[in-house]
Design a binder for this molecule. Structure first.
Ligand code: PMT
Length: 414
């Protein structure tokens, strides 16, 4: 279950043109199971009608602190108290200034002052307003007080100019909400390394040996670890996926570069989860120029023979150098098409792992490319748990549960 499920979140919408983008944010938060109370500033209502947000959140929208029934004034304290997160998106220069100075002259600022919930601010405004020393100082004040600032992005602004000041994508804002909500989770203070995606081993400048890994399982592992409070290094092979918010990404698209990246990242880390599909063999030599059929035919006849050499086995190298990684919990995957459990047990022993996640990649909807996976968790003591077909995020939750259970033994293993 996502960390957003059941979370009480206040989305503060201030009066900037990016207010319309908050509708998508509220929709996605609500779809993820969050209880979203939208609080709009007076000016925000000139850009988007409150009805848009109440329809999307299926909850009342709070806008006017001073409305005559007194309901809003009465609710601002308990709304602030119940909130687990206040996310202001877009945050204008004006709202940022008022929050920084503790003003409470409308519903949003009054709730923020009455709440001890973490504050996430997503500034969106014209470049010069964002770069103005007043705004810079106000954001620094809020940051010092513990607010999490999601950096505005560069691009085309409503003024027609190009500069920094755009509201980040909904995916980024959701990532920021998840990171902050999960910051006190059971991986808090831990540093974990995750590999994802496939490697590509060049044959010539235009061809390679690769595999079907999309990176989905590894990226889900990285996101879930972040949501549980870990500092995450994601070593990404070939993938089209966007970097999850708050995760440090290192691209390594060959077995050799992934080996170097993993060995470097694991120094001082608490856990490694190797979900990347790393090539076991690579062409012995990479042709400098594109290989031509005619040239091959003249040399070897019609067919071409490609000589392959073994790539470094990253997990085995890590095991051989285990003294450099005291206490590192090591999780490998096994992608198999037959005798899955036996192969997983063999890999666990050969690679000196704490846990193997075995998937039968011959099954539809499991393994490569799919949003779901069906895995066995194979433990060092020989125990085995079979999980049904689950979303890759849920599989990731189960894997981190196992890692968390292994972490307290670090000191003993070191
Ligand atoms: O990316 P997706 O589309 O979401 O698909 C997910 C997945 C199917 C790629 C994933 O669930 C998975 O099974 N990943 C491991 C794939 C794999 O390479 O398995 P393997 O049985 O060949 O390797 C065993 C383990 O050794 C793996 O943890 C692998 O990362 C590691 N390895 C492999 C080769 C090598 N040279 N060095 C390694 O360390």
């Amino acid at each position: 279950m996502s960390i957003l499920s059941g979370a009480r979140i206040i989305v503060g919408v201030a009066g900037g043109i990016a207010a319309y983008k908050a509708a998508d944010l509220v929709s996605k938060l609500t779809q993820a199971g969050a209880l979203v109370d939208v609080v709009m500033t007076e000016r925000a209502r000139e850009f988007v009608a409150p009805l848009t947000f109440s329809a999307l959140s299926q909850r009342p929208v709070w806008a006017d602190l001073w409305e005559p029934t007194g309901a809003a004034a009465a609710r601002h304290i308990d709304l602030g108290r119940a909130a687990q997160l206040i996310l202001v998106a877009p945050a204008t220069a004006n709202v940022i200034a008022r929050l920084a100075h503790g003003m409470a002259d409308d519903m949003l600022t009054a709730i923020a002052l009455a709440s001890s919930a973490p504050l996430v601010i997503a500034p969106a405004m014209e470049t010069h307003m964002l770069a103005h020393p007043a705004t810079v100082a106000n954001l620094a004040t809020l940051r010092e007080r513990g607010a999490h600032i999601v950096p505005a992005e560069p691009g085309r602004l409503a003024s027609g100019e190009v500069g920094t000041g755009r509201l980040p994508s909904t995916a980024t804002l959701l990532g920021a909400a998840r990171l902050v909500l999960g910051s006190g989770g059971d991986l808090q203070g831990r540093r974990v390394v995750v590999t994802a995606g496939g490697t590509q081993e060049a044959i010539d400048p235009v061809r390679f040996i690769g595999n079907h890994s999309s990176g989905r399982q590894g990226f889900a592992l990285a996101e879930v670890a972040r949501d549980r409070g870990a500092a995450v290094t994601l070593i990404a092979g070939v993938t089209a996926l966007a970097t999850p918010y708050g995760v440090t990404r290192i691209d390594a698209t060959t077995a050799a570069t992934m080996r170097d990246a993993v060995l470097a990242a694991c120094v001082g880390a608490d856990a490694l989860v190797m979900s990347a599909a790393v090539a076991d063999f690579a062409p012995d030599a990479v042709a400098e120029h594109k290989i031509k059929k005619r040239e091959v035919a003249a040399r070897d006849g019609a067919d071409m023979t490609l000589r392959l050499r073994r790539t470094p086995d990253i997990l085995s190298e890590l095991d051989a150098a285990r003294g450099q990684f005291p206490g590192l919990v090591r999780v490998g995957f096994a992608a198999e098409t037959r005798a899955v459990q036996a192969a997983a047990r063999d890999k666990l022993a050969r690679k000196g792992l704490d846990l193997v996640v075995a998937n039968d990649v011959s099954q539809p909807a499991s393994g490569f490319g799919s949003p779901t996976n069906a895995v066995w968790l194979v433990r060092r003591n020989g125990e085995l748990t079979e999980l049904p077909l689950l979303p890759k995020e849920t599989v990731a939750e189960h894997i981190w549960d196992e890692v968390v259970a292994l972490l307290p033994t670090r000191a003993a293993r070191a």
